[in-house]
Design a protein around this ligand. Sequence first.
Ligand SMILES: NC(=O)C1=CN([C@@H]2O[C@H](COP(=O)(O)OP(=O)(O)OC[C@H]3O[C@@H](n4cnc5c(N)ncnc54)[C@H](OP(=O)(O)O)[C@@H]3O)[C@@H](O)[C@H]2O)C=CC1
Ligand SMILES: Nc1nc(=O)c2c([nH]1)NC[C@@H]1CN(c3ccc(C(=O)N[C@@H](CCC(=O)O)C(=O)O)cc3)C=[N+]21
Length: 357
Amino acid sequence: MVIGECSTSTAPRFFPMSRLRKDAAGILVRRLSLPRRSWASSKVQSFRTLAVRASNPLPVASEASAKVIDGKYVSKLIRDEVAAEVSRMKEAIGVVPGLAVVLVGERKDSATYVRNKKKACESVGINSFEVHLPEDSKEEEVVKFISGFNDDPSVHGILVQLPLPSHMNEQSILNAVSIEKDVDGFHPLNIGRLAMRGREPLFVPCTPKGCIELLHRYGISIKGKRAVVIGRSNIVGMPAALLLQREDATISIVHSRTQNAEEITREADIIIAAVGQPNMVRGSWIKPGAVIIDVGINPVEDSKSSRGYKLVGDVCYEEACKVASAITPVPGGVGPMTIAMLLSNTLTSAKRVHNFQ
Ligand SMILES: NC(=O)C1=CN([C@@H]2O[C@H](COP(=O)(O)OP(=O)(O)OC[C@H]3O[C@@H](n4cnc5c(N)ncnc54)[C@H](OP(=O)(O)O)[C@@H]3O)[C@@H](O)[C@H]2O)C=CC1
Ligand SMILES: Nc1nc(=O)c2c([nH]1)NC[C@@H]1CN(c3ccc(C(=O)N[C@@H](CCC(=O)O)C(=O)O)cc3)C=[N+]21
C-alpha cells in the first residue's frame, strides 16, 4: 500500500462538479452582497440543516455524500472583491498596496508558494516585492531586509516564507516584522491579542482565517458547536482553535501526545485537521454530519501523475465524504483561501495606514 492511502473500496458518490459550482455560485454570490449574519436563502438554510444535524446524528445511508466546500471558488470571489477595492483605492488616493516576500534558501516547495503569491498579487493589482537570499545567509542579513521593508512606505505587508533554514532563529526573525505590516499575523502581539477577550489583533493568520471564512460563506454556524482542531502549530492549529473559540465554539485540541485522538475527534461537529499526516483522519473518526476543514497538504507518491506525486489532505477524503455533511477537498480547499486572505490582509493594511475606508 502506498503511504497515505486510505480507502480504495467503494467509490463515493460525488456531486458532479458542474452542478456543485452552480449550486455554490447561487449561494455565495448572493450572500456576498449582504451582511454576513443575514445571509439567508433556502439553499443556505438546507445546507445549514445538514451541518446542524451533527449535534443530533441521524443514520447516514451508505450512498451519502458530503457537500464539497469549494475553496478555489470562494477564493476567486474574495480575490475579485480585493481587486475591486484595490482599484477603488488607487483611483481615490493614488495608493497601491504592496506586499514584500522574503525567501531564504532553495526549497522547491517554498519557491513555488512564493511564485504563486506573486502571481496572485499581480492578478488583483497589488504590487509585490521579493527578496531571495541564499541558504547560508546570516540571520542579521535577513533582519536587515525586513527592516528595510518596515521603513518602506510602499510596502504594506511583509511575509517571511517558512520554514527558514535550521540555523536561523525563527522567533527573532518574525519578531523583526513591524506589527503594522505583519500580514501573516505571526507576531506574538497579534497572536496574544487573538487569544484575549475584548482585544483585536491587527491581522489574523491567513490559513486559520481562510478556514473560518469558508465556514461563514457556506452558512455553517459555529456558535455553540463542538470543534476539534487536530494540530497545535503556531501558524495553523493554535490560531485556528483561538478563532473558533472567538466564534463561540467549544474547542478541543488534539496533538501528537493525545491518547484518544479518534474518540475526541468523533465528538466534533466541526473538525479542522492541520497535522501534516496524509489521510490520518479516517471515516471512523467522524461523527455523521460533521463538517470537515482539511488543511493538510501532503505530497504522496503517484505514478499516474506527471509530477510523480499527488497532494492529499490529512483526512481520508473518500471515507470522510460518506460520513460528513460537508468537506474541503485537497487541493482546491483551504490552500487557495490562504492566498486570498494574504491579499485581503495586505489590502487591509494599506487601507489602515492611509485611513481609507
Ligand atoms: N492549506 C494551507 O494553506 C496550509 C497547509 N499547511 C499544511 O497543514 C499541515 C500542518 O501544517 P503545520 O501546522 O505547519 O505543521 P506542524 O508540523 O508545524 O504541526 C503539526 C501539528 O500536528 C500534530 N501532530 C503531528 N502528528 C500527529 C499525530 N499523529 N496525531 C495528532 N497530532 C499530530 C503536531 O503535534 P505536536 O505539537 O505535539 O508536535 C503539531 O501540533 C501540513 O500538511 C502543511 O503542509 C500548512 C500551512 C498552510
Ligand atoms: N510565512 C508563511 N506563510 C504561509 O502562509 C505559509 C508559509 N510561510 N509556508 C508554507 C505554508 C504552506 N502554505 C500554502 C499556501 C497555499 C497553498 C495552496 O494554494 N495550495 C493549492 C495546491 C497547490 C499545488 O498544486 O501545488 C491547493 O491546496 O489547492 C498551499 C500551502 C502557506 N504557508
